[in-house]
Design a protein. Structure first.
Length: 480
């Protein structure tokens, strides 16, 4: 027991501390190198190169430095103008990518050259070497080659610098020309002939193309016109054929329609005729029946009228013998005429069913006969007229004659009378006086039309009135 603490734990703790201290010292002594760098170790054991690994560096007897293996990119742009094979001064700007080779010999060589130099010093040395080689290459080429073949310049640059770069443990990964220019506008004028030629060729090509287009367009237009004309001809021919076929179809259809209409009209006419015949037959039968009924009715009416006439005859004979006899004869005559007329009409309607023309002639004949009988009766009645009746007829007919004579005056819208106040009548009285004179001319008009003098007519009327008395009617038997 030491100072009151257990001995073993103390020893263990000190051992742990000693291990940790040793491990810390070893960690400080162990150096690692990534894939982008290389460790250059030099000392008691000589020079060693470690890449992508690690090693222990003993203090005081060994020293190490890092060498970057990364890609270096910098501009190569000489401050002075470079002269080409033609003696044209040009200014070139290029970009170079350079790195240390990965093999141990190149790393060793690069370490010998650049291990203690800063990156800008290292790039300055490399740029001077590359600018010298670029100047030599540009002096061997023409401006046209530099401008038109930049890859050829880059290939020459890489091949020319390869030996010098190998001596420094480096390699040129790529070399690219950024810009080529000159102060005398040689490069600008260099393209003018080609530009003019290109423009000329382009204009010629455009003119030829326009010419070809115009020719092709004209040919296409002509072909289109020809095709259109042919299409129009074919269309017209097709339309004509179609219209002809359509006209033929319409003609056949019209013929069929006409034949159908004709057959239909014939059938309709036959049906109408049959219907008309049947209707006429039925109508004739109806008329015949109606005539029979009317005939029976008329016969009954005649019998009734005859009975009525007989009754009235007897009545009139019983009341006023003379007047009754005259009235009886007149009524008997009229009744006979009416009976004959009714019988004639019945017979005429019955005969019209058998023969229309014969029935009409018969009716006209019967009607004339009836009218003749009526005229005879009327004449006999006129014979019975006395002087007063004749004068009554004349006087009652005068207003109609005067009205007919004065009728033209009723058509006058306006009458203007100019009167001097002289004469028997003046003013409106003159108009009425003229009308009176017109009425006074009626007897003269009657004499002119009839050819008889009014005095002779009146003398005959007196003779008619002086006719001897009619014989007395036979006395009726006393039915009382």
């Amino acid at each position: 027991m030491l100072f009151g603490l257990p001995f073993i734990p103390v020893v263990a703790g000190m051992a742990v501390l000693a291990v940790l201290f040793v491990m810390g010292c070893l960690a400080k002594l162990f150096r690692k190198a990534g894939p982008h760098e290389a460790l250059i170790i030099y000392g008691l054991r000589g020079t060693r190169i470690v890449k992508g690994g690690g090693t222990i560096i003993y203090p005081m007897i060994e020293q190490c430095r890092e060498l970057s293996l990364e890609l270096m990119s910098f501009d190569v742009a000489p401050q002075q103008s470079l002269y080409t094979k033609q003696g044209v001064a040009v200014t070139i700007e290029a970009v170079a990518q350079i790195k240390v080779k990965s093999d141990p010999e190149s790393i060793r060589t690069a370490a010998e050259q650049f291990l203690t130099k800063r990156p800008d010093q290292r790039e300055g040395l490399i740029r001077l070497v590359m600018e010298g080689h670029l100047r030599g290459i540009i002096g061997q080429l023409t401006v046209e080659q530099i401008v038109k073949e930049p890859e050829m310049v880059a290939d020459r640059m890489r091949s020319t610098c390869a030996d010098d770069m190998n001596k420094m443990g480096l390699e040129v990964v790529s070399f690219t020309l950024k810009e080529v220019r000159d102060k005398n506008e040689y490069i600008t004028n260099m393209g003018r002939p080609d530009i003019a030629r290109i423009k000329r060729d382009a204009e010629v090509a455009a003119a030829e193309a326009d010419r070809d287009i115009a020719i092709k367009r004209a040919e296409a237009t002509r072909a289109s016109a020809v095709a259109k004309a042919q299409a129009d001809q074919e269309r017209v021919a097709a339309e004509t054929a179609s219209q002809a076929k359509q006209a033929e179809a319409e003609r056949d259809l019209d013929i069929k329609k006409a034949s159908y209409v004709e057959a239909t009209k014939k059938a309709q006419a036959q049906a109408d005729k049959a219907y008309e015949i049947e209707t006429n037959i039925q109508q004739q039968q109806v008329i015949a029946q109606s005539v029979r009924v009317q005939q029976v009715e008329r016969e009954a009416q005649v019998k009734v009228q005859e009975a009525e006439i007989a009754r009235r005859e007897r009545e009139l004979i019983a009341t006023v013998l003379k007047q009754a006899e005259v009235e009886r004869q007149r009524i008997q005559t009229l009744a006979e005429a009416e009976r004959q007329r009714l019988i004639s009409e019945a017979e005429g309607r019955a005969s019209s069913i058998r023969a229309q023309g014969e029935a009409e002639a018969e009716i006209i004949f019967k009607k004339g006969e009836a009218e003749a009988k009526a005229m005879n009766v009327k004449a006999e009645a006129y014979q019975e007229y006395n002087q007063a009746a004749v004068f009554d007829k004349l006087i009652t007919g005068l207003p109609e004659v005067v009205r007919a004579l004065a009728e033209p005056l009723s058509k006058i819208d306006k009458v203007t009378i100019v009167s001097t106040g002289n004469g028997d009548a003046a003013g409106a009285y003159k108009l009425t006086g003229d009308i009176t004179k017109i009425a006074a001319q009626v007897p003269a008009l009657f004499e002119a039309l009839s050819g008889m003098q009014m005095s002779d007519l009146l003398a005959k009327v007196r003779l008619i009135g002086d006719k001897g008395a009619k014989p007395a009617a036979p006395s009726l038997p006393n039915n009382t």
